[in-house]
Design a protein around this ligand. Sequence first.
Ligand code: CA
Ligand code: CA
Length: 742
Amino acid sequence: MQKSFLTAWFYWLAIGTTCWQLIASPALAATKAAPPPRPNIVIILSDDMGYSDIGCFGGEINTPHLDALAAQGLRFTQFYNSARCCPTRASLLTGLHPHQTGVGHMMEDRGHDGYRGRLNRRCVTIAEALKPAGYRNYAVGKWHLTPGNNAKELADTSDWPLQRGFDRFYGTIHGAGSYWDPSSLVRDNRLITAFNDPEYQPPVYYYTDAISDHAVRFVHEHTRQHPQQPFFLYVAYTAAHWPMQAKESDIARYRGRYDAGFAAIREARWARQKRLGVVDARWQPAPIVGDWEKVKDRTFEARCMEVYAAMVDCMDQGIGRLLQALRDTGQWDHTLLFYLQDNGAWAENIGRGTNVTPSTTQPMYPPMTVDALQHGSIPRQTRDGWPVRQGYGVMPGGADTYVAYGREWANVSNTPFREYKHWTHEGGIATPLIVHWPTGIPASRRGRLEKQPGQLMDIMATCLDVAGVPYPSEYQGEKITPLEGVSLRPAFTGKTIRRQQPLVWEHESNRAIREGKWKLVAKENQPWELYDMEKDRTEMNNLAAQYPRRVQEMSAAWEAWAARANVLPLGTWRGKTATQTGTPAGSNKKRFELKPGDVLARAQAPAIAGQPFRITAQFEAKHGEEGVLLAQGGNTLGYALYLKEGQLHFTVRTQRGRVTTASVPAGPGSHSVVAILNSKGELSLTLDNLPPKTVQGQGLVTAMPVDGLEVGSDENGAVGHYTAPFRFTGKIPGVTLEILPP
Ligand SMILES: [Ca+2]
Ligand SMILES: [Ca+2]
């Protein structure tokens, strides 16, 4: 089987290569065969789903397209994510542990480099890594790797997908929102709404369909416009993250399906899982959490799960359209496709409180224009003015509802495991992984289960392996943290994955480490628990007291990893801002001696947030010579010292829309200048021996700018009133910046 597969592959390759060479250059036809074409890569990620939800892992939800992928591909039964949306995305896209990318938690800067809330520049995305090998990169769906919860955060596009290696993007920057009217919706680099986008106006807007439609569109456009190039397509669905919202036509297929309650559904899933082999019958399933007999409103609870199932079903229908697009464009055979989930099902009590929004008989708010942006996760109103209702008993599904499905159904989704999203027990971190690759997985392996464990960062390693692309040690002038993942490719042909390190997790001080069959796991501030994952993957029988030596060794290995992988300090930053934890982003140096052409990235640039500072510079300019002497930041935050039209300007931006400039005349010749932003927020500008020009500003710069520091230009966002980069055309003998005492 193996042999005939390889023969077919080389035969196909030889034909393909020969044809191409004849077209390209007849003289080359006689040279030896070129390397195999680089495969396309598709990663499909879903949101907040449990191990047992999709059909081929035991769910009763109708997922024929995922099931077909599993039947023709491989199912990894011991694959792991990072327990939460942001850390998972960070790890998946970079091949590093989340903390190494700056996204150890969510999207806030907590004052430590492991917890900056945005992807740093010491990592590369899969898109950035594949680009030099000729890949075109497309991202669709949820980004959630940079702040995007409000207008201020969304003004900063510096870490959006197009700035992280992708050529096209359609999706949301923020993590959660209405499916009927998502907030932070973006096409490429432009903020749009579902209703003012001339490129996409379906009869009914529903985000899951919009994601599927754009994935399909990008495959077709790529094939038409870039037929010679391979592509990487990242499809990040928000299904089935709260709120429970779905199309009635999809919900209808599940009406009544959940009336039997939590235990009946969970038991049926466990039975199917055993038949499929994705669990081990020796395990004792974790306890059932919900008691259907005690449920206050069974119609409501059943409806929650009907909508959840409809959301997953709709995603699978969209995946079906994407698969058809791959077939229709001839990309199917040489596309490596992954499907996985970003964290376990969630027990969050969103929209299920006792405080129920009253229903109204008519809209309560003025309608929103098509251009008005929805902000945050939970909109106050629908676009046509209805209040968005929450509370136990609000029947979910429509745009005017915002409800989660609750802990009891999450326990069912996570069958047979315990705990949920956030925790590093199996219910938080176990995900199905389906891998499909017609020309890369031999027929003898198709439909098989792969039981070797794996973790998110292995996906990057696998992508680079199959594409034949090296992992960069440097990218855009920054040293890149070495890759943590290992390629899963050996498993495609039934071989052993060459893993040297244990699997390791940390999220919100929940922590875990797995070596072979042993897993050591603990909740925040709780003692370590030890489990034998072969006999007891449901973590029911804690062996810590029985094997104290193993606990000691594995916990020491975890500590060493935490120290090395930017995980520390453990959780002391929770609920605090960067300023409160005392280490705002940027360099801690107090004095910077600079010369023309110097560029300091954000992490190396002066930490000017909340700090007074002094700039001392010398410059020479002939008549008509002008430009930026020194700048740090962009059009939201920062400062710039620049010469324009015979005037020397010192501009400070303390926050969005708060800008102050001090200016003095400066004729041709050699000059020295001192510019100060003092602790009272005053700007002063002194040219040569003239009296200083002082202007009352608007305080200190409130946060660390995204753009770094540059001498002689201002790239990307412009701080001053000029068009970036406004390079200085005279001479700059030297510049010094000093952080002043408060
Ligand atoms: Ca998630
Ligand atoms: Ca700039």
